[in-house]
Design a protein around this ligand. Structure first.
Ligand code: DX5
Ligand code: ZN
Length: 231
């Protein structure tokens, strides 16, 4: 079942800073800098060097982060055969686990497993994956993640076409009366956060815009929130 303690998004919008853009030598400082920032959760990108051309965090890092912060940890698994590692990541302290449709032939089973592990379940799609590929599993998704860049690296530009997919997903979720969150991930900053929300996103992942902000991560979160129309 979904986590009972998952915080609501103020005004319906949550900011999820992505640790990918933090200094990996000072992760504890990075998460502590977010404590009073207005961010509601921490986005942790797990990469395997195969599904995506980059490596990042593993279960031990997740365990350390869990000790370091009270923020909920949402894991974005960019790994092949994610179903083999769900239990380990849940035990390490994940509150939410998102897996990619492209590497999950049994997506329904995997989403059900994630919920059975007391985590919120998410399904993600790449820019080239049709949004309709999530239609048959939306009932088991607490979160649908629309990649707004090609996954693997931070600091890329948002691909505008992906917001059409967000809008299509919003229409489908509303038509069916589902509570599934829509998350956008990649190239999100204060210049386009409003467009993401207008398209129907409710969770904005931001790495570079948060950790690359001149005045620090907290100012980065605040800049994105301030860019949104009054809610
Ligand atoms: C990329 C990751 C993103 C990344 C976004 O594959 O999934 O979460 O951190 O970084 P920015 O916000 O810099 O595009
Ligand atoms: Zn991500």
């Amino acid at each position: 079942m979904p986590q009972p303690n998952w915080p609501a998004c103020p005004g319906g919008i949550c900011i999820a800073p992505s640790l990918l853009a933090a200094d990996f030598g000072h992760l504890a400082d990075a998460v502590n800098a977010l404590a009073e920032s207005g961010a509601q959760r921490l986005h942790v990108d797990v990469m395997d060097g195969s599904f995506v051309p980059n490596f990042t965090f593993g279960t031990d890092t997740v365990r350390s982060l869990r000790r370091e912060t009270a923020l909920p940890l949402e894991l974005h698994l960019m790994i092949r055969e994610p179903e083999r590692h769900l239990e380990t990541f849940a035990a390490a302290g994940a509150d939410a686990i998102t897996i990619h449709q492209e590497v999950s032939p049994h997506l329904h089973r995997s989403l059900t497993t994630i919920r059975d592990l007391d985590c919120r379940a998410g399904a993600a799609i790449n820019p080239s994956t049709p949004v309709t590929s999530l239609s048959d599993v939306l009932d088991w998704c607490d979160l649908a993640l629309v990649m707004t860049i090609n996954p693997g690296f931070g600091g890329q530009k948002l691909i505008p076409h992906t917001l059409d997919k967000v809008a299509a997903l919003r229409a489908e979720i509303d038509r069916r009366g589902l509570a599934t969150e829509i998350e956008v991930d990649g190239g999100v900053d204060a210049s386009n956060a409003g467009d993401c929300v207008a398209a129907g996103a409710t969770v904005l992942v931001a790495g570079t815009a948060v950790f690359g902000h001149n005045d620090g991560p907290s100012a980065g979160v605040q800049a994105i929130l301030a860019s949104l129309p009054a809610r």
